[in-house]
Design a protein around this ligand. Structure first.
Ligand SMILES: [Zn+2]
Length: 321
């Protein structure tokens, strides 16, 4: 396939903001799923093709290091050729600094997150603004974060006590001063599989308030895995130890999506499903050693779970004609 074809016909969308505004205006959210390898990426794309939904494929810095950035981007491009009807945003998840975002843009991402939420307000504004200027000059959109999410994310651990929800007044100032395209806000969810800090519910009232003061700005929900208990049980039944793993209630995610949450990040659920199925295969077939025989069923199950998420987020059938 020619280079020309890649440049002009790949479904990696040229105007990622349009996809988010469609979601915002349509009262649904794009699922933003973390990709780490071929099988996970295939499963996500198969699900979105089956459900006719646009998708955000996001790469954390850890994933880029683990698999190599170009490798993952090439996998995405290759799979995109198989599902040309599915519009794709390639997104840097939790970019820690300007350099991380710049290298993502150079690698072909059309969306980056700069997460300077651990810095002071003024410093967060300064760093975010720098990334916005660079990204916008390259046709790339920027997600920023204000407030602190509880739980564990790569390289960042915020204790429950320090977790701080996004303040609407600060958010107005922040968005005005930075020009960010979307805002990740702390609304009661937390990263990881052990969301003890919250009651499992999204602070929908805060979402409504944020949307009121920032009309037209798509909001992003992190730490949105629901940690499906059927898969936690499966993990534990087949030799795992994930007792007490708990996530966000899907009904409250659906509710928040109606009020301006336009991108919902999901990573933990992919990991749990994959691990549960692989454990099951090994438990039932101790003699098995063909990776295709355990990665294949894991891929099938991830697709099933992602299709379910698409219905929770309301993005099914939302590919623009
Ligand atoms: Zn996150």
């Amino acid at each position: 396939m020619s280079r020309f074809f890649h440049l002009f016909f790949m479904p990696i969308v040229k105007n990622p903001k349009d996809l988010l505004m469609d979601a915002y205006n349509g009262g649904y959210a794009l699922g933003a799923f973390n990709v780490n390898n071929m099988e996970i990426t295939q499963a996500i794309m198969m699900a979105h093709s089956a459900q006719k939904a646009p998708v955000v494929l996001q790469l954390s810095s850890g994933a880029r290091k683990y698999a190599n950035t170009k490798m993952l981007v090439d996998i995405i491009h290759s799979i995109a050729e198989q599902y040309p009807e599915v519009p794709i945003i390639i997104h840097q998840d939790h970019g820690a600094d300007f350099e991380t975002c710049k290298s993502a843009i150079e690698a072909g991402f059309n969306s980056v997150m700069i997460d300077a939420s651990h810095e002071s307000f003024a410093e967060n504004v300064r760093i975010t603004k720098e990334v916005v200027t660079y990204a916008h000059a390259h046709g790339v959109i920027v997600e920023a974060e204000l407030g602190k999410l509880g739980g564990i994310e790569e390289h960042v651990s915020v204790s429950e006590k320090e977790a701080r929800l996004t303040d609407p007044d600060e958010a107005i100032q922040f968005v005005q001063q930075t020009g960010c395209d979307t805002l990740a806000c702390a609304i009661g969810t937390s990263h990881g599989a052990y969301k003890f800090s919250s009651d499992g519910k999204v602070d929908v009232a805060r979402v409504i308030k944020l949307t009121e003061v920032l009309p037209g700005l798509p909001l992003v929900m992190h730490g949105s895995s629901s940690v499906p208990q059927e898969y936690v049980t499966m993990c534990n039944q087949y030799g795992g130890d994930l007792k007490g793993a708990r996530g966000v209630e899907e009904s409250t995610i659906s509710e928040a999506v109606k009020y301006g949450i336009s991108k919902v990040n999901i990573d933990t659920d992919l990991r749990i499903v994959m691990t549960a199925i692989i454990r099951k295969v090994f438990f039932e077939n101790p003699k098995e050693f063909d990776p295709r025989k355990y990665l294949g069923p894991a891929r099938d199950e991830i697709q099933k779970m992602v299709e379910h998420k698409i219905t929770v987020l309301g993005s099914a059938g939302k590919i623009r004609k």
